[in-house]
Design a protein around this ligand. Structure first.
Ligand code: GRG
Length: 308
């Protein structure tokens, strides 16, 4: 476990890389199995849903759910459903975010965006259907120790998607184009836009397992808040420093759209320092959880050192 007094240069080990690959493959297989088959009517919508979800993305939110599930000794078959649900919500947000009425982008995960490959009406329905599908799979089988906990999982995910979560953050984002936000204003926007689903992924993964003490759950929540912000700071840095080919989405989009970002507010060097501070904050938050939080610790490092 890393601490503020012993900074490290994170270097993901091969054992962690292989754990990530296993989780990613497991989630992909589960999504292939769970999503409506492309030959079921309405075929075009089901095909487009699969297009938006399958075969791409880092699967960071599912990885976080599995890491938190491991901390809580959860049954992996239960966490797998949570992982699929949060990934479907994430894919939904990307499909809608890319539409002409929002960010108007043509490339996502190295392929044409959903509305380009299909059409705008289909992309809108893909988003709507993926959100509903996420709640469907979370509610049709036991996932937690008791029904009340499962209800709480559903409530948490609903809030994370809502006007008090991701959709609200997106509204603030749309409203902030061309404006000079302060650092606290930027942080406020991303706590909702990017952070809400990341926090829900960790919490829902943990709630599949044995009940954690209130104190342990608080440690997890602090960790999630740090990595949610770190994820966005790094996303902003990569948007200005990485290539379109590496990212699989249009690089330089934020500056072109005159959007306030951590880079526009702080500059690259200070944004990098902030990402490192947030990484260390995340590590400190889970230090008391010991070796059980190993995967969460490795993921905090990965989120900050990733190159795409
Ligand atoms: C879906 C509730 C809901 C509302 C729609 C469009 C929208 C309102 C919200 C947009 C939220 C959004 C797109 C946030 C951006 C988060 C972000 C940094 C996305 C990139 O995530 P990665 O890097 O992507 O994990 P991959 O492709 O690896 O999965």
């Amino acid at each position: 476990m890393h601490s503020r007094t012993s900074p490290v240069t994170p270097n993901p080990g091969s054992e962690f890389i292989s754990w990530m690959a296993n989780v990613q493959a497991r989630v992909e297989a589960a999504l292939v199995r769970l999503l409506p088959a492309p030959d079921i009517v309405p075929r075009r919508l089901h095909e487009a849903m699969r297009y938006a979800v399958l075969g791409g993305g880092k699967r960071v939110r599912p990885l976080l759910a599995f890491a938190a599930g491991e901390l809580a000794g959860a049954d992996a078959a239960r966490v797998e459903i949570v992982a699929c649900a949060v990934e479907c919500i994430h894919a939904y947000s990307l499909v809608h975010d890319d539409m002409p009425c929002m960010d108007n982008d043509v490339l996502r995960r190295g392929k044409p965006t959903c509305h380009v490959e299909y059409d705008e009406a289909t992309a809108m329905l893909v988003g709507d259907s993926l959100q509903a599908f996420a709640f469907q799979i979370l509610s049709e089988r036991p996932l937690a120790a008791d029904p009340a906990t499962q209800m709480e999982m559903l409530r948490m995910l609903a809030v994370a998607c809502s006007s008090r979560g991701m959709a609200g953050g997106q509204a603030i984002d749309l409203d902030s184009v061309g404006k000079a936000l302060t650092l606290p204003e930027l942080e406020h926007m991303h706590i909702y836009k990017t952070g809400a689903l990341i926090r829900a992924s960790v919490a829902l993964g943990a709630l599949c397992g044995l009940p954690l003490s209130a104190q342990d759950f608080e440690h997890l929540e602090r960790y999630s808040k740090f990595i949610g912000l770190a994820f966005q700071v790094v996303d902003d840095i990569l948007d200005c420093e990485a290539t379109t080919a590496t990212l699989g989405k249009t690089a330089g989009k934020d500056a072109a759209a005159n959007k306030p970002t951590y880079v526009s507010v702080l500059g690259v060097a200070k944004a990098r320092s902030l990402a490192e501070e947030l990484r260390v904050g995340a590590q400190d938050a889970i230090a008391a959880l010991g070796v059980r939080a190993r995967r969460l610790s490795e993921l905090a490092d990965f989120i900050v050192v990733r190159e795409f």
